[in-house]
Design a protein around this ligand. Sequence first.
Ligand code: GLU
Length: 426
Amino acid sequence: MNSKVEKHYEQSVDENLNVLNRTQRIIKMALEEMREKDGKYELLKEPLRSLSVRIPVKMDNGTVSVFTGYRAQHNDAVGPTKGGIRFHPDVTEEEVKALSIWMSIKCGIMGVPYGGGKGGIKCDPRKMSFAELEKLSRGYVRAISQIVGPTKDIPAPDVFTNSQVMAWMMDEYSHIREFDSPGFITGKPIALGGSLGRESSTALGVVIATKEAAKLIGLPIKEARVIIQGFGNVGSYVAKFFHDVGIKVVGISDALGALYNPDGLDINFLLDNRDSFGSVTNLFENRITNGELLVQDCDILIPAAIENQLTEHNANDIKAKIVVEAANGPTTLRATEILRENNVLLVPDVLANAGGVVVSYFEWVQNNQGYYWSEQEVNEKLELKLVEAFSRVYTTSIRKNVDMRLAAYMVGLERMTKAIEFRGWV
Ligand code: GLU
């Protein structure tokens, strides 16, 4: 292994580092490897802007709850910032900052002209009514309206937010600005200027990246057995895409548990019977835990749920030959190193799940030009971008003798570092 990479991971063995510190470590390594000036790390290690807001919401029972939300904008040297908004009880400012940096990397890898942004509200949407969620979504937009906009920072869906939430947010923003602003946010319903193919785009990107990875290691994809952790928007579409072309999905999970069957699961039945938050495993007696699912026999493992799922404690037990990170940050740095030692090909999140932001970019382009594309056109353009990005990251990893994650960061930072220099910032 490259000695610099070894040193980097040695420093990172502390699995308790928060997600922002971990991201900063990889950024530093990537910039060192690219021989960039130190000043660039100082600039890129934190978002340029981070706003923390408090949003009062009159709840259905007459009480008022005050929610905390964030919006972080990593860097706008390349163009406006872009990234999703998540609604989750575990949201922290640190996490939102780290996720905004990841968005910069994703946009850089995929060659879309944005920097990274991210938002989050600390709340549990599973315990809130439709009316409460609408008030929260609108209140959040009012709170951050000064720093967002179609040419400033363009939000999108993320964990537990969907096209309905985007619709409320777009409507609120249009009221504030007093003109229709479809380009303010992406992931909208089609009737409001959403793009065909956006809803399934992250999953389609994961599937394309998985096929590219399988080609690389000579694994016949048709015969592959796939485990998918998570059955939300991304996980369920990935399962469907594979199942529809006859690829065996042997395991899936949701927040309540997991199902594993070496002969393959009936994905259509599972899709038809899940509740609005994607839970379905509770219908089965023979379910196992999420942790148990990850180490079951398979060829391809797709973590599509939450952060820190593959760690130093289970990485050695992973049976898959390929791990494709559909979720953001499912693998710790130490686990990344262990998988590399065990010859498991890891396709990092910033590459594997970047299909979402690519089609968000297509949505924004369509909004700006007022002319809409067919789903086939969207999907073909996405595939072209992803296959090219995969090849660039893989080639960089070979040329520089670094793992795919570090290579992805190097590719992802290239344009931003140039833009910063041309603007004379560093
Ligand atoms: N939230 C998604 C992500 O993490 C999509 C962001 C976007 O479409 O702007 O990549």
